[in-house]
Design a protein around this ligand. Sequence first.
Ligand code: ATP
Length: 237
Amino acid sequence: MMNMLSVTGLTAGYGRVTVLHGIGIEAGKHGNVGLFGPNGHGKTTLLRAVSGLLKPKAGSIVFDGADITGESARSIVARGLVHVPQGNTLFPDLTIADCMSLGAFSPHARPHEAANKERVAALFPKLAERWRQRVRTLSGGERQMVSIGVALMSHPKLLILDEPTLGLAPKIKDELCKAVLDISKAGVPLIVVEQDVEFLLELTNHLYFINHGQVETEIKPGDSLAHSDIMAMYFGQ
Ligand SMILES: Nc1ncnc2c1ncn2[C@@H]1O[C@H](COP(=O)(O)OP(=O)(O)OP(=O)(O)O)[C@@H](O)[C@H]1O
């Protein structure tokens, strides 16, 4: 089976600053991919380049058999590569229901709108109880659920999550983890950036340690790996 996503020799940055130096990752073949490493070394930049929010300077991105390097974010979403960015990027005055309708905006997602709405309601019963509530009145955990729900409404083939548990209480983290695992078990592979090592290891089995805009270590599924090894990489021991 082919990889669903192959990133090769990707160089990207902001203005004259280069953040990614010829980075390469593969995803969607061996399960879920986790990206980890110190802050500010390019994980978010990599995700933004993959989803078309940032134009790469060099390298290639192939998704589902097509070269999507330099394509617009809108057309990349329409292909089913869907990115849930870090933090709260929802419009505060929309209701949860409005957000879901917006998520199903692209023509390929619209036919699945009703079924996907049911799926979101089943995954996140808390949202289903609050369908008409506005985003600005929701808790941080509920907003994160809405963000993931919106991504599901766009009918993803591959789902990218950037630090989904940032700032959330442990109980909400567990709830989110269960829901995200359900999404993956239903056949949507994941790429996850996450600082919480427990959460990362629970969700993913193919890890890339990213340091200085490059892959420093790749841990493939089946490689023996201790929690302490990952902690050591984080803290550079
Ligand atoms: N819009 C921007 N303009 C200029 N520089 C940026 C911009 N966004 C990020 N950077 C810089 O790019 C570098 C990599 O940032 P990036 O967010 O990709 O790192 P990260 O590994 O995801 O870190 P974190 O875990 O803190 O999100 C940092 O030095 C950051 O300051």
